[in-house]
Design a protein. Structure first.
Lengths: 711, 87
């Protein structure tokens, strides 16, 4: 067999031409015969009761087929996870957030449906909404303290008494922010008798089935979901949202297929967002910057009825070696729709607080922030003492510092015209979320077909799966095609949690090895597989593969239940220009080095990390979804009033690299996850760079000009 | 905010200058008081700052946009210095 190393090589994405030519069909590009267009009528107030609806004016409009209210819809049971909400809208007359669906207008065209929506009169009893920062707080998961080790109070007290001891206590805020995927969420539903087909803009179509089948009380085998191309998600399409079920309900009532594609303004209230967060870090350290105690308290907003917990304390649990640790998680209930994970969840918010405090520690100790990180490096998992499966963080620190010129940063000019230059850094880390997956490899005379129900969300998954199959079979990746995006295909984990390459990649590798094994059993090993197939006289040989988790679990975090703790790491260095006259910020360059196992495709991996850094810059300096202080609704509900990074904001000099690793404990193919890692740490590094430049410490994201000027 | 300025120099000093702010009111906002004070002033940030600050003294920001007064002051200074060739 020719020794082909298809994986690990740069390969352009195979789905590129499909997208470039417009041939890629997204969920709502599908138009089954007789389809009706649905739009949701939202509650005009953020709190109160629905008194009534007058739909007469809507019904007489041309093209309006029906207006559905609670009386027309089935009563839904409590939804199972991973539904984003427990109780469906339309279940009672309480209004818990502005935009909560109260009616569905069905039209022969989208224009007719929109006209109908404008004509529906919603009569509400208005109450005062609960605003962010003013809701009631409660423990997020039973006990407020979710993890404790050692005596944090003694460590904090000791730092005050000891010579040179340092104590940092600060609160870090971040604004709510929406995912703003280019493709808004949408679902096309068609019933054929009791069988339901959904074309759905989602990140995990296999998890749609149990939720939708429970919602309608039908057999899971009767739900079929097609989700091939997804136009970005970033978490907003991860869980199952009410509009997916409402599309199917409307189709059942109408007796015709229904398309429900959320308008941009509908997206704000009908799917989630990253919550408003208030995090307090209390840390104690010696004069050498070595941590002796750490407390991390997290509050995130959630909805009045539904609960989302953003477990940002995971960052403090798992990053640094610290003898005394106490972690608290709280939620605050307000009159908004329920938040949801968003790139990067968990450690994303957590590192904003922890890494900002570490930078403040370095300044207080008069130490280089890189040295403070090195002094607190965790040789084993701080959470439970297990050894790491692989950990290239120290190597990443060293390589990143070398590439950035970190140690010589103050030997370079500190100003460039009106721009004062600052330097900042932070550690990056994410947990490892692993999901069981299956894959199939079909060896045929004219090529190889990989089958796995993944979604093309722009990360290049088909390309990577092709490379993995090609490597195992010893053929060029161009001979591999992928069939994906259909629940009739082998079930994989979700397209979130930085998990696909580990899970599905391993399953596909395993399926290819099954093909090799069968060829060997036919006495055909050691040959080109196509030649072997021909010699064996077969038209097709099918290999099946799986990626299973310890104990047959459906989810595994950080290698729980195995001898090794599995996580990813990295470091981000940023050079930021600050114009002190106006508080303007410019990203001048960035260096990121990541430890994430084997990198299957350097091109698509680099693109993901670059995107993560840009995503982080947006979080650090621009993105904010405000709650109207009077009406309690989302203030800006369109993209023109939402600042996100554009090309002009981003320099060409973003230097991304990876440490050389092969992590056989994480996956069959040596890979860990990367998708979210690149977005972590950037905010804290940017805040440190602003402080380095002009001496202003902003602890409230985003770092807008007025906050720099106010400092 | 934005600012625009015209500066005529006499050596190192301003002979005549005009300066106006944008995006601070419903129309461009001429800093007439400052224009009267500027002739004879050296084209340096230190010398210009008190004059522009006096011109901003009557600015009445709303509760959440006080930063605009700082921005407007700095924009006027930057415009004068740039127009005069000082930076």
């Amino acid at each position: 067999m020719t020794a082909t190393r298809a994986a690990g090589q740069a390969m352009p994405r195979v789905e590129g031409p499909l997208k470039l030519t417009g041939a890629a069909r997204y969920a709502t590009d599908h138009r089954p015969d007789g389809v009706l267009h649905a739009v949701l009528v939202g509650a005009p107030v953020a709190a109160g009761r629905l008194r009534g609806l007058d739909v007469a004016a809507a019904l007489i409009l041309p093209g309006v087929a029906a207006v559905l209210t609670a009386a027309d819809l089935p009563s839904f049971p409590e939804l199972p996870r991973p539904a984003a909400v427990r109780v469906m809208p339309f279940s009672d007359d309480r209004i818990l957030f502005e935009g909560q669906p109260v009616a569905i207008v069905l039209g022969e065209s989208i224009e007719a449906a929109e006209a109908g929506r404008a004509a529906v009169v919603v009569d509400c009893e208005r109450e005062a909404p609960v605003l962010l920062g003013h809701g009631s707080r409660e423990a997020a998961m039973g006990d407020e303290v979710v993890f404790a080790r050692g005596d944090v109070d003694a460590a904090l007290a000791g730092a005050m008494l000891s010579d040179g001891g340092i104590r940092i206590e600060q609160t870090y805020l971040q604004a709510p922010r929406h995912h703003h995927a280019m493709e808004t969420s949408g679902t096309v539903a068609r019933w054929d008798g009791d069988r339901l087909t959904l074309w759905d803009a989602v990140q995990a179509s296999s998890t749609v089935i149990p939720v939708v089948s429970a919602a309608f009380g039908i057999d899971a085998a009767d739900v079929h979901v097609v989700a091939r191309h997804t136009g970005g998600g970033f978490g907003a399409k991860g869980y199952i949202w009410p509009h997916e079920i409402l599309a199917a309900a409307a189709a059942r009532v109408a007796g015709r297929p229904v398309k429900l594609h959320l308008r941009r303004s509908d997206q704000f209230s009908n799917v989630g967002y990253q919550p408003w967060m208030e995090q307090t870090i209390r840390l104690a350290a010696g004069a050498d910057g070595v941590l002796t105690g750490l407390e991390h308290e997290v509050v995130n907003n959630t909805a009045l009825a539904d609960t989302h917990v953003e477990p940002a304390t995971e960052a403090s649990k798992s990053l640094y070696a610290v003898p005394a640790l106490r972690l608290r998680q709280l939620i605050e209930r307000v009159s908004l729709n329920v938040p949801t994970p968003m790139r990067a969840p968990v450690e994303g918010p957590g590192l904003w607080a922890l890494e900002s405090a570490m930078n403040e520690l370095a300044d207080a100790a008069g130490l280089d922030p890189l040295d403070v990180r090195l002094a607190n490096f965790a040789e084993v998992s701080p959470a439970d003492g297990r050894p790491w499966s692989a950990n290239g963080l120290r190597e990443a620190y060293e390589e990143g510092a070398r590439r950035y010129g970190w140690r010589t940063r103050y030997q370079r000019p500190r100003e460039d015209g009106p721009w004062v230059i600052g330097h900042g850094m932070a550690t990056c880390t994410m947990g490892s979320f692993r999901f069981p997956s299956a894959g199939r490899v079909r060896l045929r005379p004219d090529g190889v077909v990989v089958e796995a129900n993944v979604h093309d969300i722009g990360t290049g998954v088909q390309t990577v799966l092709s490379q993995i199959a090609a490597e195992e079979l010893g053929i060029p990746p161009e001979r591999v095609q992928t069939r994906w995006g259909d629940t009739d295909l082998p079930r994989t984990g979700p397209t979130y949690g930085s998990s696909t390459t580990m899970g599905t990649g391993s399953a596909v590798a395993s399926a290819a090895r099954d093909v090799n094994k069968q060829l060997a059993e036919l006495g055909q090993s050691g040959r080109d597989p196509f030649e072997a197939l021909e010699r064996a006289g077969l038209d097709e040989l099918v290999g099946e593969g799986t990626f299973a988790l310890p104990g047959g679990a459906q989810f595994n975090q950080d290698g729980a239940g195995t001898p090794y703790a599995i996580r990813t790491w990295g470091v981000i260095f940023v050079e930021v220009g600050v114009d002190p006259d106006f508080g303007l910020l410019r990203l001048r360059r960035a260096v990121g080095v990541y430890s994430a196992g084997r990198i299957v495709n350097p091109v698509t991996a680099r693109a993901q990390m670059t995107g993560g850094i840009i995503w982080g810059w947006g979080k650090a300096t621009m993105e904010e979804s405000d709650q109207d202080p009077v009406h309690g609704r989302w203030l800006a509900k369109n993209l023109s009033n939402v600042a996100v990074p554009v090309n002009a904001d981003i320099p060409a000099d973003i230097d991304v690299s990876f440490t050389d690793e092969y992590d056989e404990a994480a996956s069959l193919i040596g890979a860990r996850g990367i998708g979210e890692l690149g977005a972590t740490g950037v905010d804290a590094a940017v805040a440190a760079a602003v402080h380095d430049a002009v001496g202003v410490r902003v602890r409230d994201l985003p770092i807008l000009p007025w906050k720099v000027l106010a400092g | 905010v934005s600012a625009a300025a015209v500066v005529r120099l006499d050596g190192d000093q301003i002979a005549a200058a005009r300066v106006a702010l944008g995006s601070v009111a419903q129309r461009p906002w001429r800093l007439g008081g400052a224009e009267a004070e500027l002739p004879g002033t050296p084209l340096t940030r230190e010398a210009l700052t008190p004059i522009i600050e006096r011109a901003m003294a009557d600015a009445a920001p709303l509760p959440q946009n006080g930063f605009k007064v700082i921005m407007a002051r700095n924009a006027a200074l930057r415009a004068l210095l740039t127009a005069g060739g000082a930076r």
